[in-house]
Ligand binder design. Sequence first.
Ligand SMILES: Nc1ncnc2c1ncn2[C@@H]1O[C@H](COP(=O)(O)OP(=O)(O)OP(=O)(O)O)[C@@H](O)[C@H]1O
Ligand SMILES: [Mg+2]
Length: 403
Amino acid sequence: MPTDKEIPLPRKMNLVFGGEVNLDDVVGREALIEQTLSDLRHTSIIINEIRRFGKTTFLRLLETRMPDDWVCIRATVQDARSTTELIEWTLQNILRHTGAKEKIKAIISEVGQAPDNAKFNLGLLEFSLSAKHKKDAFATFRSVLKRIGEQLKKDNKRMVIIWDEFPDAIRAIAEREGERAAEDIMKFFRARRENEDLSSVRWILTGSIGLHHVMRRLSGRSNSINDMITIGLKPLEPPYIQWMSKCLLLGIGRDAQESDYLANMSGGIPFVLEMMIKYIRDNKDLALPLTANEAETLLIESASDVNLGRNWAPLLERVDSYYGDMAGLAESILDMVAKTPMEQPVICEALKNDFPEIERSVDKVLNLLFEDHYLQYGISSKLYSWKYEPLRIIWKSRRRKGV
Ligand SMILES: Nc1ncnc2c1ncn2[C@@H]1O[C@H](COP(=O)(O)OP(=O)(O)OP(=O)(O)O)[C@@H](O)[C@H]1O
Ligand SMILES: [Mg+2]
């Protein structure tokens, strides 16, 4: 647990809800930063958490904490629609990185066109592979990376490449270029242990719902990226989320009497807290301060609020897009378990009329819901329940209202 010294005094904080929070306002991630930096020395990392949990914020912070002997390349690959785009984006980010030496830039310039440095704009795809190298973009990337790796070794440096929202890119590649192209990329990660040349390059792949689905579909195995470790972000510990709650309330001009109730209700998920405080800000007639019970009512009301609907949506969407023909069953299980924790046979019994084939697929779906952090499983109680209480509440109220 943090000491008082590590938690700053409460101050006014701007409400961001979904955008890019100022990194000075991010607390509670120092221990994980330390652990990640230490793990990166030995291995590559997967960060898999639910949507809006704080993955990108954590990566932005990590980027600022990388020691001088690391070159950190962070590319949001969510919108990459082809292998070429994925590679061009990544190489562009390496080119743009101030710590990437001239020799590395020269290696990249051999396979594509690098515009004037001054012309690089964030988000704009300006680096393009030459026609010859576009043909097999991933093979080009592998050989470029091998040479970069050799150069980094000479310079006593290492590189970490962060692909944020990697499953979305892999899924788009599988859809547009065929499963073979996506499988090629996955194979690369499986083979990395044997690939000595790349020992100075590490990866962080992040995903929310989707990573396991993508991996399973492409490989038939769930742990196909087997030489990477998976780390969880976990909710913020109480003292940090309480601090954040006080600061956000001060930021909307409230004194902070109910801040601990709100922090508690958010389950330590900053985004949930931000949304509740936005609801308070936008509903001036709310009677304040709140009691603990009223904080729960506020979460329920804000979850089904029309104006906030669009902001809440990402937290619980995508079941239908990733679970395919199991989506209906997955949603029904989430509905049932949102009412009360349940054992597997009870779930089967309750849903067998709607899903006659349930016996065949229930374990698979439960396992996916577990890996996607929706559900947890009690080994001694044998009960499945929602992993994060605020998400259970949000799911239940949004489903009830059909939003
Ligand atoms: N440690 C933190 N301190 C303060 N705010 C945070 C923290 N982590 C996340 N947030 C806030 O929570 C929201 C979601 O964070 P972020 O975008 O990092 O999540 P994400 O997991 O990358 O989401 P997505 O799955 O949509 O990409 C943002 O508004 C961000 O400002
Ligand atoms: Mg993100």
